[in-house]
Design a protein around this ligand. Structure first.
Ligand code: FAD
Length: 339
């Protein structure tokens, strides 16, 4: 494995921001990974692990070692007549993995079709869409502990999954590399989730009354393609902010002023769609310099001209945060990892 110097990361981040890594390594197995980590330790370099680069914003070039995880391989083991355990290594592309499972008629991941990125990153923020999160089918993941350099296993509970959260984004941040992930999927009697978003309407449009998991996947893909910008065409990282969760008390104060505010009560707390808040502040479709809020989904910030710097995108996101605080008193949190 070669460690390269001054390596361009433009094609390795979906914002398409032109930055470089002082050192860069693409690792294909555990041996490569350990070697690259050792190289960084000896040379006192900061390490950044990279999957598909679809949830990062580089605000500057990276002065350390970027390790691109390219570990490949998928295996399966049948648990019983109805269930199968499928394990994919970190560098497998998420959507291709979902499609492979669907080709084999394994159910559980269909609502997560077309999410960019790699399998190894999926537990980081418990990726989710259309009423499903990976925690619903996640069994465990193998990780390399960067302190002990031993391989360990985290089960579902130990990952402490939450909304776009896991132990790997909190107390475990920077301590582990995820090597592979195992999911428990159905082989028979699939439990379809079609209530969320426009899935039902889309299936009706297709003229499908008794959908299969493959039909649900097709519906999800069609909805996503109609709403979200394709990063290959317009640089973006999907939802830039998390949907904020506020106390019922705070919510009722905001609701008095804005009775039409959409909301999803969750115990003592209330979740509010960040896209709605941003849109109400007049950001939808608005462009400043090279950066814009997407015209169909205000929550997505795009590299409109293709020439945006990470700093410009970051500053744009700060303006959005400030205006939402000013109008609603609610502070948005960035979902994208800022580097
Ligand atoms: C158009 C678009 C739509 C999207 N829609 C959704 C959606 O519906 N739902 C959703 O949840 N997300 C969505 N996302 C965000 C993104 O696809 C996910 O967060 C995805 O899991 C990121 O994977 P990645 O491999 O590209 O991560 P990267 O951007 O490469 O990395 C993200 C973070 O994880 C770290 N990391 C990467 N791999 C590992 C590893 N193996 N071990 C430890 N740390 C690691 C990186 O250092 C970085 O901090 C969308 C993004 C885009 C561009």
């Amino acid at each position: 494995m070669k460690i390269q110097e001054n390596y361009s990361l433009k094609n390795l981040n979906t914002f398409g921001v032109e930055v470089s890594a002082k050192y860069f390594a693409e690792v294909k197995d555990l041996g490569d990974l350990k070697y690259a980590i050792e190289f960084a330790k000896i040379n006192h370099l900061e390490i950044l692990f990279l999957g598909g680069g679809s949830n990062v914003l580089f605000t500057k070039s990276f002065g350390g070692l970027v390790i691109k995880l390219d570990l490949k391989g998928i295996s399966e083991a049948f648990l019983n007549e109805d269930e199968v355990l499928v394990t994919a290594k970190a560098g497998e592309n998420w959507h291709e993995f979902v499609q492979l499972c669907l080709d084999k008629n394994y159910g559980g991941l269909e609502n997560l079709s077309l999410i960019p990125g790699n399998v190894g990153t999926s537990p980081m923020q418990n990726i989710g869409a259309y009423g499903t999160e990976i925690k619903d089918t996640f069994v465990n993941c193998k990780v390399l502990n960067l302190g002990s350099m031993q391989v360990e296993e985290f089960n579902n509970e130990e990952c402490r999954f939450g909304y776009r959260e896991s132990v790997f984004k909190r107390e475990g941040k920077g301590k582990y590399v995820i090597l592979d992930v195992t999911f428990k999927l159905s082989t028979e009697n699939h439990q379809l989730k079609t209530e969320y978003g426009a899935i039902k309407t889309e299936l009706e449009k297709f003229g499908i009354e008794n959908p299969t998991i493959q039909d649900v996947s097709r519906a999800v893909i069609s909805i996503r393609q109609s709403k979200l910008p394709d990063p290959k065409v317009t640089g973006n990282a999907g939802s830039f902010f998390k949907n904020p969760t506020v106390s019922a008390n705070q919510f009722s104060k905001v609701q008095k002023q804005y009775p039409q505010i959409p909301n999803y009560p969750n115990g003592e707390m209330v979740k509010i769609p960040a896209g709605w808040l941003i849109e109400q502040c007049g950001w939808k479709g608005k462009q400043i310099g090279n950066v814009a809020s997407h015209e169909l989904q205000a929550l997505v910030i795009v590299n409109k001209t293709g020439a945006a710097t990470g700093k410009e995108i970051y500053d744009f996101s700060t303006l959005i945060i400030e205006s939402v605080i000013e109008k609603f008193g609610i502070e948005l949190e960035r979902e994208v990892n800022i580097i």
